[in-house]
Design a protein around this ligand. Structure first.
Ligand SMILES: NC(=O)c1ccc[n+]([C@@H]2O[C@H](COP(=O)([O-])OP(=O)(O)OC[C@H]3O[C@@H](n4cnc5c(N)ncnc54)[C@H](O)[C@@H]3O)[C@@H](O)[C@H]2O)c1
Ligand SMILES: [Zn+2]
Length: 367
């Protein structure tokens, strides 16, 4: 049994729910969902379907399943970003229909961001929308992708090009499941926590600086602190700006060039967080030139990003990277928005970053 979890609310115009963060939370999730559904799992009036991959289900499936009054039905998907496709959503929908899923059925996304995004989209579209719960199992999914209601799948033409806003009924982040996560995945996910600290929470930034060793070795208490603080940042930002018309854009720090690096390397060389780490360093370069950060602050941020590295090298032509930034789907009518840190713990979205500035920043990658 875990100590009582930290609860962080998300309140947007279209949904209110909470994120529970704790160690050893998995066995409690079934009864917590049942309580949210007024005991209708126990009574058999509502059914749960869990989407997960064999890797995760083999390690953690039994622990999750023990808490359910009626066994949830497993819908299995192989792991990997290339399965985040409409074809998989179609297959899962067919399986649900055959198993008798109805409008009251509840989906549970039990995995990393790939499973979370795809399950959310399946929930948004199955019978025009059913409820779902996020049980994120990667650090990235716990601090970022499970919160905020963005769901979707990839097309050959680009990532996340088909999707919907559909918030979960609840999010349960169990720190214990991170114990089986490969270190490279943990480190890459922690770059999103560094991002959260830089854009909005100087004390999270300090904590990441002071406790790097503990955090990187998977110390549960330290990780719980970092996950909770990062979730708070995402929850506050999303609550203030659900549809990304303003404030939510600051979550894209490091992502303009990060996405370009991922695309240029065909999503094969770097994990998302690793590409974002490079993107944040580039943003720091521009921020320093524009004096939104001091040299000391830039040095601290760059050091922290590298501490949670190593930053994997990659090969991409800087001019090609800049060209790719104009294709970012976050751009509106040709305006490229770019996030700059303002000191440590604050950020601003600007629209006037020139191609020359971007090119100079991208050229630092090969230095
Ligand atoms: N919706 C959003 O707001 C949002 C935000 C950021 C990222 N995303 C999406 O998230 C996806 C990336 O998510 P990710 O980084 O979690 O990758 P992922 O889902 O591919 O998981 C990474 C790997 O870790 C394995 N894994 C997961 N949990 C594990 C555990 N506890 N133990 C052992 N292995 C485990 C998975 O099987 C997979 O191989 C991308 O598709 C991205 O587009 C969405
Ligand atoms: Zn990201």
């Amino acid at each position: 049994m875990s100590a009582s979890p930290t609860i962080i609310p998300v309140n947007t115009p279209s949904a209110a729910y909470s994120v529970a963060i704790g160690h050893g939370l998995l066995p409690e999730i079934g009864s917590r969902i049942d309580a949210l559904l007024n005991g209708k799992l126990r009574s058999g009036e509502q059914r749960c379907f869990v989407v997960s991959s064999p890797e995760i289900w083999q390690r953690w499936g039994d622990t999750l399943a023990t808490g359910f009054p009626q066994q949830p039905t497993l819908l299995s998907v192989p792991s990997g970003e290339h399965h985040k496709r409409l074809a998989t959503v179609e297959r899962l929908g067919e399986e649900m229909a055959q198993a008798g899923a109805d409008r009251d059925s509840v989906l549970i996304a039990f995995g990393g961001g790939v499973i979370g995004d795809m399950t959310g989209y399946l929930a948004a579209s199955y019978m025009r929308g059913i409820r779902y719960v996020q049980v994120p199992t990667t650090l990235l999914a716990q601090v970022d992708s499970s919160i905020g209601g963005k769901t979707g799948v990839n097309l050959a033409a680009g990532k996340n090009l088909v999707g919907a806003f559909h918030h979960p009924l609840a999010v349960y982040a169990d720190i214990e499941v991170l114990s089986t996560l490969p270190t490279t995945e943990l480190r890459a996910g922690l770059q999103e926590s560094i991002k959260a600290g830089i854009i909005r929470d100087a004390s999270l930034f300090d904590y990441l600086e002071q406790h790097a060793e503990k955090i990187l070795s998977g110390d549960p208490e330290a990780l719980a602190h970092v996950v909770a603080a990062s979730v708070r940042v995402k929850a506050e930002v999303v609550s203030a700006d659900e549809r990304e018309s303003g404030l939510r854009m600051i979550l894209n720090l490091g992502h303009t060039l990060g996405h370009a690096i991922e695309a240029a390397t065909e999503y094969k060389q770097l994990l998302h967080g690793e590409a974002v780490a490079w993107g944040m360093l580039a943003a720091l370069h521009i921020a320093l030139a524009r004096a939104t950060v001091t040299p000391d602050q830039a040095a601290r941020m760059s050091r922290l990003i590298r501490t949670y590295g190593p930053l994997k090298p990659f090969t991409a032509d800087p001019a090609h990277l800049v060209a790719l930034t104009t294709k970012d789907k976050k751009n509106r009518s040709g305006n490229r928005s770019f996030v700059l840190p303002v000191g440590i713990g604050n950020a601003v979205v600007v629209r006037d970053v020139s191609e020359v500035e971007l090119l100079e920043a991208a050229e630092t990658f090969s230095r």
